[in-house]
Ligand binder design. Sequence first.
Ligand code: SF4
Length: 366
Amino acid sequence: MLYANTFAYSKLHANEKFKKGNTNLASKIPLSGVPVSGLEKLLTPLPKYRAKQIFAWINSGISSFELMSNLPRSLRAELDKRFCLRKTSLVSTVEDPVSGAIKLKIGIEGGFIEVVALVDAAGRRTACLSTQLGCGMGCVFCKTGSLGFTRDLDGSEIIEQFYHIQALYPDIANIVFMGMGEPLLNLSGLRQAISVLCETLSPRRITVSTCGITAGINSLADDGPAVRLALSLTSARETLRQKLMPVSAANPLAALKEALLRHQKRHGRRLTLEAVLLGAINTGAEDAAAIAAFSQNLDVVVNLIPWNPVENLYFNGMPLKEPSSAELRRFCAELERHGLKTVMRREKGRGIAGACGQLGGTSAGL
Ligand code: SF4
């Protein structure tokens, strides 16, 4: 597996540094992105319980070895000489006073990423993580898509987003990979981050959202991890979907449906279908009927996401617009008439440009 290779590489280099006593900050190996079993090997000859202690500290979001109060001072100093806790840095945070959502701007090699911690009515927090710097999928309704793709994030850069959020809110209940980038086009980084998250979180509390990468869904179905899956469907009318989400030209609906059936058969998890609702584009009765037809034989819930405004995004030469309340009500009723379960996802994080489809540095607050 790719993850194993990545770790072997890190371990090799860490050992080299260990032997040479190289204390150059830039060359230190980050311990984020390494599960407990990896730490046990990496920190040999330390006893195994030390690896567990160190992992628990890293997972709590602390930013310095010095704070690991149950380790001897000499060990803390030794670790600090040879390793670092993170390779990314928190640049700024901004909070939405209405929803309580918080957006973090994180500096990584070559740029910045944005991640969001959302809060629901019951006060539960969900961390929305990014897997790529930019995104090459070009969905017409998405700010990140308009930026283009720069590079994949590695496992450390992904898990560190969670640690930065944990440092602010140590009670994160759920993780969604729904931030910048397409997670299933970065399977090695995604799997590495999930393997670390699953040391403390059930895979049932982790959701991977895809714009519809058939090969990636099949890979998750066959090789795991058995996390929840969300498909950003938006339209189940093939021609319209191809215009809204260019990725669907190479991932037609029939193949996508087959992959979803395979995933559901293998892991038995209810699937979330997400539909970003664009005013007067995909909210008609025929759109609801197409979603209902696509959902046949799948166990699904449909998340309706009224489009979150982003400037300068167009469809057929016209600026995109939000759906009206009447349009939303009609569409929702139409889906329910077809027997579908629906959830309306209201604009969490919109006030800080941190809602779905808005990530990418547009917020004046950052
Ligand atoms: S919606 Fe997701 S896949 Fe589509 S462009 Fe935006 S980040 Fe990329």
